[in-house]
Ligand binder design. Structure first.
Ligand SMILES: [Zn+2]
Length: 391
């Protein structure tokens, strides 16, 4: 066991050094030594290996030069050494592929469309040929790809390695991750959009404890606790869509129960309330949604009332989550910003009235205008956190 422990410590040190360089504009070996509480010999040894593999570069440290009048060298990440590919499979008919560097920048993106798909195997073939076209189009050396992060509307089951509760029927209960690993010849990780947005914001904004609420065609939550996405048995994450907090008298299409939160807090829920008839939203009904958003923007009383009613319901759900997880920050993504602005004071009022400790500073609620970008960056981050380079 001892050699394993030693290897673990070294792997951890390597990763901590890469992460510290990644999070700095530039950093010297001395600064790394102090920041990470490691010996200079360890820092120097690992940095030299990272320089040899081209993952970091040396630049002249102008700050040191200015202050003490001599030239010193600082380390920066070589952003064109390694790449991560993100695949977004959330929507039927669309496969989105993005090339992302270790500096969290989306370098290239392409969309590959399909109209019919007979089964899972045909879909894996489609993904494989699209992936290959993408690699060829942008002349990416596959040796420099550290892995592929895949976004799904569903859950990756850690025991069976199958995708379950998928919104795309041909992915249901299929070995998506393992099939893509085999087809692409690289490591592949799969997660849902809400967890990935949570991971992206944790990484960009350093939130160690946060709640990420999502309203779209469905309702979701991502919970970050002490820097980790909260997961239960088989890797399943917390869900809010079936919490019995809704008001619509409609059976949930997924679980069959009445009063599921998602029946109210989703495009279908907002539209059913606004048009006073049952609407199951699909992509062909974009106009209905745009009309509703326009009515909210114009301050139409009926549209505002729908937002206010749903804000009370979402406020209840958020106060339960805030009591359970004590987040440092709450973020809402997915719905249009104009809806967020109407719902914000009502949700916050609920959440702050039900705080565990009344003297604790009030919660704030931020809007995420970059859901699409953060989903892809989160997929890349999922690959990065599992990456331990051999040096
Ligand atoms: Zn339900």
């Amino acid at each position: 066991m001892i050699p394993d422990d030693v290897t673990d410590i070294r792997d951890k040190n390597v990763k901590n050094i890469i992460q510290a360089i990644r999070n700095s504009e530039s950093v010297t070996k001395r600064e790394l030594e102090q920041k990470l509480n490691l010996s200079f010999a360890t820092v120097s040894n690992i940095c030299n290996s990272l320089l040899s593999m081209g993952l970091v570069k040396l630049i002249e440290d102008t700050i040191v030069k200015r202050s003490i009048g001599r030239t010193s060298k600082a380390l920066v990440l070589n952003t064109s050494r390694f790449w991560i590919i993100a695949l977004n499979l959330q929507k039927f008919g669309i496969l989105e592929i993005a090339l992302i560097n270790l500096h969290r920048e989306i370098i290239n993106e392409s969309v590959y469309e399909y109209a019919d798909m007979r089964d899972f195997n045909e879909f894996v073939d489609f993904c494989t040929s699209s992936y290959q076209s993408f690699i060829d189009a942008y002349k990416i050396d596959t040796k420099n790809i550290i892995g592929v992060g895949v976004v799904v509307s569903g859950i990756h089951d850690d025991v069976t390695h199958h995708t379950v509760a998928s919104e795309i029927s041909f992915l249901e209960n299929q070995p998506l991750r393992d099939s893509l690993r085999k087809a692409f010849g690289t490591t592949v990780f799969v997660d849902n959009d809400v967890n990935l947005c949570t991971l992206a914001l944790h990484n960009i904004d350093n939130y160690e404890n946060m709640l990420y609420l999502y309203i779209g065609e469905g309702t979701g939550v991502g919970v970050m606790q002490n820097g980790n996405i909260v997961r239960g048995e088989r890797g399943y994450s917390p869900e809010i869509c079936h919490m019995p907090l809704g008001t619509l008298d409609t059976p949930c299409p997924l679980c069959g129960s009445q009063a599921c939160l998602q029946t109210d807090i989703s495009y279908s829920g907002f539209l059913s309330k606004y048009y006073s008839r049952r609407i199951s939203f699909n992509q062909t009904q974009q106009n209905l949604w745009l009309n509703f958003v326009q009515a909210v923007k114009a301050g139409e009383t009926r549209a505002l009332k729908v937002c206010e009613e749903n804000a009370h319901i979402l406020g209840n759900a958020t106060s339960i989550l805030a009591n359970l997880f004590a987040p440092q920050q709450i973020v809402l993504g997915g719905c249009d910003e104009v809806l967020f602005k109407v719902m914000l004071p009502i949700i916050l009022n609920q959440v702050n009235h039900r705080k565990v400790v009344s003297s604790k500073p009030n919660y704030s609620l931020l809007y995420d205008p970059f859901v699409k970008r953060n989903t892809l960056l989160g997929a890349a981050e999922l690959v990065y956190v599992h990456w331990y380079p051999t040096i």
